[in-house]
Design a protein around this ligand. Structure first.
Ligand code: NZQ
Ligand code: ZN
Length: 393
């Protein structure tokens, strides 16, 4: 195993009605004025926003509102948020929503004290030395942004989607009430579950020595996600299944499932960011499209782990034939995606992707990596990226 740091400073407040505690949690952060950042409609329609506002009022905390975050959150709204926070002397940001809202809130939190264009962080040209403190109320189990140090934004023109990571942004607290996710459309529930699985898979299929504890935790999380996603597919109002999925969302992306790894893979994520940047599709659905193509391309370079995954996670019988078992494991996960109505090709997402667009996405992905290879299970160069995307069409 390799040396590692594990840093997960976020206080988790989990369970029914926990959003009622937001006033006292913000007060404990000694905040004077809060930006409440939220999305399109769901938080207003469900009454959540009103409950949040009332809780802040009861705690005597001033606030300003900025809604309108859309999936694959845009840089332009982050600029607007930065201006608003400076003008209103906001000293705490409260994200009420999913990964898109939280990521937009993180962009604002870095941008307010930053002397320059916040996009330079996402271009990896600068580092953020400071950030406004952030708190979250999570409404969809998916991105794991409620405990992660990352944010992903999309530049409005050109659809360039880029991430930036810095531990200084990790949320001070995250309120996680599984009941808030009961209003999710089935497609978003399923896409979220794929994203959760993928955050663990990206840390599972890696080269070099790993920690048995980490591998076993990862397998438990993946089995739990698959079992409870199946339950939600037929019984979306099942609170216990919602709770299991929600907690897995955080554990899969707070780095717990990467402890002891030399490096994580995240090639599927990088390739997917090109698809959702260019075509504005749902991130989790894009991952369901990329992963089978990626897995069939790389499995021979990471064969023992693919065999272990097949047996321990997908329940494939151990016949001793490694090649066959590895492929059966990949087939089984792909079939699981299909069973929860996720697409497994770009065509199934109703995208007509031209050869030129595949080439554009591969080039853009390579540029995002600074011209370097991506991945850990197998190191992928530009032509590999192109081939995986092409196989996913
Ligand atoms: O805007 P509203 O009306 O809230 O609608 C949202 C949105 O349309 C809706 N929704 C959310 N909670 C709901 C709800 N609808 C009904 N009831 C609720 N309780 O769901 C839709 C999707 O929301 P979004 O926030 O976009 O979903 P998700 O959490 O999957 O976030 C996706 C974004 O996170 C990024 C992705 O790339 C994508 O941009 N990621 C961020 C990561 C991070 N910061 O660590 C890591 C991930 O790998 C990922 O890349
Ligand atoms: Zn993801």
């Amino acid at each position: 195993m390799n040396n590692f740091n594990f840093y997960a400073p976020t206080k988790i407040v989990f369970g029914k009605d926990t959003e009622q505690k937001v006033g006292e949690l913000v007060k404990a952060q000694k905040a004077n004025k809060v930006l409440i950042h939220y999305g399109g409609a769901s938080a207003v329609k469900s009454g959540l926003l009103e409950r949040v506002v009332n809780s802040l009022k009861e705690a005597g905390i001033e606030y300003v509102l900025l809604g309108g975050v859309i999936p694959n959150p845009r840089l332009s709204l982050v600029y607007e948020g930065i201006e608003l926070c400076r003008k209103e002397k906001v000293d705490f940001i409260l994200a009420v929503g999913g990964g898109s809202v939280i990521d937009s809130a993180k962009g604002i939190a870095w941008g307010v004290p930053f002397d320059g264009d916040v996009w330079e962080l996402y271009e990896k040209k600068q580092e953020a030395s400071d950030a406004l403190p952030l708190g979250c109320i999570l409404t969809i189990a998916a991105a794991g942004s409620e405990m992660s140090g990352g944010s992903v934004l999309t530049k409005d023109e050109g659809g360039l989607k880029r991430d930036y990571c810095n531990d200084n942004i990790r949320s001070k607290f995250s309120i996680m009430n599984p009941e808030l996710t009961l209003t999710l459309p089935p497609y978003q529930t399923a896409a979220g579950c794929v994203d959760i699985l993928m955050h663990t898979l990206e840390r599972y299929f890696v080269s070099g020595s790993t920690l048995e504890t980490t591998k076993s935790i990862a397998e438990a999380i993946m089995r739990t996600v698959i079992t409870n996603t199946k339950i939600l597919h037929h019984d979306p109002m099942n609170y216990d299944a919602r709770a299991e999925i929600m907690w897995c969302s955080s554990l899969s992306h707070n780095d717990l499932t990467g402890c002891g790894n030399l490096s994580n893979d995240f090639a599927s994520h990088m390739l997917e960011h090109e698809i959702s940047g260019l075509f504005d599709v749902t991130h989790g659905a894009g991952l369901a499209v990329v992963w089978p193509s990626w897995a069939r391309y790389v499995y021979q370079d990471c064969l023992d782990t693919f065999v272990r995954f097949a047996i321990e996670v997908m329940g494939i019988e151990n016949t001793g034939d490694k090649e066959t078992m590895a492929l059966q494991g990949i087939d089984a996960l792909e079939a699981f995606f299909t069973s929860i109505d996720m697409p497994v090709t770009m065509t199934q997402m109703n995208l007509e992707v031209s050869e030129k667009q595949v080439r554009y996405m591969a080039n853009s992905c390579s540029q995002a990596a600074g011209g370097n290879c991506i991945g850990s299970a197998k190191s992928l160069d530009l032509e590999d990226m192109y081939q995986i995307l092409k196989d996913a069409v």
